[in-house]
Design a protein around this ligand. Sequence first.
Ligand SMILES: [Zn+2]
Length: 134
Amino acid sequence: MDYLVETKAAELRQLEVEINAEIERLEAEISAQAAEMRSRVNARERALQADLVRCVAGNPFYDGTFDPTWRTSVVMDLTAAIDAGRFDRLPILADALEEAGCDDYRILTHCRAETHARGCWVVERVLGKVGSAV
Ligand SMILES: [Zn+2]
């Protein structure tokens, strides 16, 4: 009887060791995955912040001019909506600007970028707030 109890106790101790080892392995795996996810989130956040700075600040060396004939009613209506917060319409603005004769790839490419904010340099130019001279 004592032999049976000792054998079962030894099996339980071995099982406890194996379970604790598995728990440690899983905790290390979770910790590594969390660190990887934090790293990806931080990199994505930095990229988004850089996109926002580029959107608002534009290129300080940009020497293009905005032709007033590009300010068609469609362009101006879209720009008013965008200025009111409908940034999802910027790719449509790119199409409207192209139809109006705009061939400035910097303007068109920026309109088709994913990230925009209030103060977007293209919107400011369309509205004539900056760089509107021809
Ligand atoms: Zn923008």
